[in-house]
Design a protein around this ligand. Structure first.
Ligand SMILES: Nc1ncnc2c1ncn2[C@@H]1O[C@H](COP(=O)(O)OP(=O)(O)OP(=O)(O)O)[C@@H](O)[C@H]1O
Length: 224
C-alpha cells in the first residue's frame, strides 16, 4: 500500500527532515509511527498525502508513483487517503454534518448519497445525534471523532492520523484507538503518528521509530 524508497526531504534553510528513508506497509496493515519531536513523523504523512514533495527518492501509494502523478490526478489520490490531524481542522462556522460532508461535496456526490454516507460515518464514530451542532459545542474528544468521520466518509483504503490522541485523556485516547482497530478490521490500512508510547506498546501492532529523519527501529507492540 505504501512504499518509500530512499526518500530524503529537505526543507529550505532547515536541513534534512527525512534522510534516505525506506519502508513499506502492506495493504490492511495498521502501523504506528513514533519518534522524538522533529523526528520527521508529520513529514512522512504529508509526503503520502501529497501535501509535500520529496527532495529525493521514490514514494508509491496504492500502486501509484507519486512523483509521476499528473496534477489532474492529485484530487483522486487525495480522495483515497483520509487524513486526521491533532487539531481537528474543522470549519467552525459549519455544522458537524457539513464538516463531514465536505469531501463528498467536493467529489461531486448528490445530496441523497451524501446524506446516507455522512450519517453512516457519524454513526460509526457515535455522533449521529450531533449532526446539527457546531464543532465548538463539542468536547475535544468529540471534535476529534468528527475529524475521523470526515476522514473516512469517502471510504478511503488508506487513513493517516497525525497525533490523533495528542490532546486527549487516556480513556478518550483508548476510544479513538478502538475506532481505528475497527476500521482496520474491515480492511482499512492505517498509519498513525504518535508520541503515546504506553498506548502503542499495549497494542499488538507494528511500530516504526524515526530519529532525526532515519528509520531506527521496526518492531511490534507487546499487546499487554
Ligand atoms: N514546512 C516546514 N518548513 C521548514 N521546516 C519544516 C517544515 N515542516 C517540518 N519542518 C522541520 O522538519 C523536521 C521534521 O518535522 P516533522 O514535523 O516532520 O517532525 P515530527 O516528528 O512530526 O515532530 P512533532 O512530533 O513535533 O510533530 C523538524 O526539524 C521541523 O522543524
Amino acid at each position: 500500500m505504501i512504499h518509500f524508497a530512499h526518500v530524503t526531504k529537505r526543507y529550505p534553510a532547515r536541513g534534512d527532515a527525512l534522510r534516505d528513508l525506506s519502508f513499506s506497509l502492506a495493504p490492511g496493515e495498521m502501523v504506528f509511527l513514533t519518534g522524538h519531536s522533529g523526528a520527521g513523523k508529520s513529514t512522512v504523512l504529508k509526503l503520502i498525502g501529497l501535501l509535500e514533495r520529496p527532495t529525493r527518492g521514490q514514494i508509491r501509494v496504492n500502486g501509484r508513483d507519486l512523483g509521476r502523478l499528473s496534477v489532474r490526478r492529485i484530487p483522486y489520490h487525495r480522495r483515497e487517503v483520509g487524513m486526521i490531524f491533532q487539531d481537528h481542522r474543522l470549519l467552525g462556522d459549519r455544522t458537524v454534518y457539513d464538516n463531514v460532508a465536505l469531501p463528498l461535496v467536493v467529489a461531486g456526490l448528490g445530496p441523497n448519497e451524501v446524506g446516507r454516507r455522512v450519517r453512516a460515518a457519524l454513526d460509526q464514530v457515535g455522533l449521529l445525534r450531533y449532526e446539527r451542532a457546531r464543532p465548538v459545542a463539542l468536547s475535544s474528544g468529540e471534535q476529534q471523532r468528527v475529524g475521523i468521520a470526515r476522514a473516512i466518509v469517502a471510504r478511503p483504503p488508506l487513513v493517516l492520523a497525525d497525533e490523533p490522541t495528542g490532546n486527549l485523556d487516556p480513556d478518550l485516547s483508548w476510544e479513538i484507538m478502538r475506532l481505528f482497530v475497527r476500521f482496520n478490521q474491515v480492511g482499512v490500512t492505517l498509519l498513525i503518528a504518535t508520541h503515546d508510547h504506553a498506548l502503542i506498546q499495549a497494542l499488538p501492532y507494528r511500530i516504526l521509530t524515526l530519529s532525526e529523519g532515519r528509520l531506527v527501529n521496526d518492531c511490534r507492540g507487546s499487546g499487554r
